[in-house]
Write a protein that binds this ligand. Structure first.
Ligand code: NAD
Ligand code: WQD
Length: 339
């Protein structure tokens, strides 16, 4: 079977392409390299011994997308392509709505006319906002996200539900918690663009001396050590969930399926716990200072991922320290490429 993977050279996409190839799917990648680089494609090939087909273009270009569907018998899509910087989305909301929603609609139009089913969407725990109860399961009420980025995820989910209902198709909405880590080969990982916003990339750059110290955004939260709590999920575990969600859609005898899964570990870790685990895992020091809270941050979010375990037979079981070790190895790899 041939799966279109949009954003397949990005952070989560590249790891998922490896898992798809290892599970004997044919993969067609479309990625405009707006947040990735070509060497990732070579590294996917080095890891798997297989070369996915790659088209470097912007998915907003309908005519090019149309040609890809003409050239390949596509059986399904995992749609990673999106802009994802929360802060930037507040400054450029139209760019975020345009890129994250027009691209989605363009692919779905092709699915509609060509009668293709099996669509997997990268959603986010951001759709829950600050939930009233932890852990968060799929029936937890959604709240309107503060950021335009978050709103594109909520709208994307609605678009897909309507699409599945109207055209009798199978879709899976995967709500990721906080993905971290890199491939064990150290050949794939998150590519830092400017100053990282996310915790683990910032910790990594601090440990390696690129940043002087980590700013911990607030230690006056109502949590055990006062720092905010999140559910950090290892990216390879996350990638595997996509293959399992896809296999479930493919094997379902139903005409219409709307699956929704929270993908997390089920365990919350505070910012300070992550810093300490990083130091232990890698034998490095992470200097930090406590600062005011970051605007828009929530106190606590961690998943109840029992539904994914029950229905997909999937569980994120890589320990935090192991995931953090791979991040450090990836950083060393990136530094070795620079010299
Ligand atoms: P990423 O930026 O590393 O990957 C996205 C890829 O899509 C990039 O390679 C980029 O070049 C490509 N892309 C973007 N717009 C495109 C377009 N118009 N046409 C073609 N290619 C385009 O991001 P990621 O961390 O791998 O995230 C993947 C998906 O998961 C995104 O939809 C993101 O919103 C979602 N998500 C990410 C996180 C996270 O913390 N990383 C959490 C929840 C959800
Ligand atoms: C984690 C914790 C920070 C950086 C974001 C998006 C969300 C999802 C995942 C895509 C928070 C603290 C961070 C730093 C810090 N993405 N922190 N110093 O905010 O949970 O979620 O990424 O869908 O939509 O909002 O992740 O990694 O930015 O922060 O103290 O330099 O680390 O305050 O408590 P977040 P994060």
């Amino acid at each position: 079977m041939t799966i279109l993977v949009t954003g397949g050279l990005g952070y989560i996409g590249s790891h998922t392409v490896v898992e798809l190839l290892n599970s004997n799917f044919e993969v067609v990648i479309v990625d405009d390299l707006s947040n990735s680089e070509r060497f990732i494609l070579n590294n996917i090939e080095e890891i798997t011994g297989k070369k996915p087909i790659f088209y470097p273009f912007d998915l907003k270009r309908k005519e090019l997308l149309n040609q890809v569907f003409d050239a390949h018998q596509i059986d399904g899509c995992i749609n990673f392509a999106a802009y994802k910087a929360v802060g930037e989305s507040q400054e450029k909301p139209l760019d975020y709505y345009e890129n994250n929603l027009f691209t989605l609609i363009n692919i779905l139009q092709e699915f509609k006319v060509r009668n293709i089913s099996n669509f997997i969407f990268s959603s986010s725990c951001t759709v829950y906002g600050q939930a009233d109860v932890q852990p968060i399961d799929e029936s937890t009420p959604m709240k309107t996200p503060e950021s335009s980025y978050g709103k594109t995820k909520q709208m994307g989910e609605e678009i897909l539900k309507d699409f599945a209902e109207a055209h009798h198709r199978k879709v899976s909405l995967l709500r990721y918690f906080n993905p971290i880590g890199a491939h064990p080969s150290a050949k794939l990982g998150e590519l830092p663009l400017g100053i990282p916003n996310n915790l683990v990339p910032y910790v990594t750059q601090t440990a390696s001396g690129i940043r002087e110290k980590l700013n911990i955004w607030g230690n006056d939260y109502p949590t055990e050590d006062g720092t905010a709590v999140r559910d950090y999920i290892y990216v390879v575990d996350l990638a595997k969930a996509h293959v399992q969600a896809l296999q479930k859609l493919i094997s379902s005898g139903e005409e219409k399926v709307i699956d929704i899964y929270n993908l997390g570990t089920g365990k919350g870790s505070s910012v300070l716990e992550v810093v300490q685990a990083y130091e232990r895992a890698n034998g490095v020091e992470v200097p930090y200072q406590i600062c005011d809270r970051r605007a828009g941050d929530i106190t606590i979010a961690y998943a109840n991922a029992n539904k994914a375990e029950r229905e997909l037979g999937w569980k994120a079981d890589t320990p935090l320290e192991e995931a953090l070790r791979t991040t450090w190895q990836w950083q060393k790899y990136l530094e070795s490429r620079e010299v």
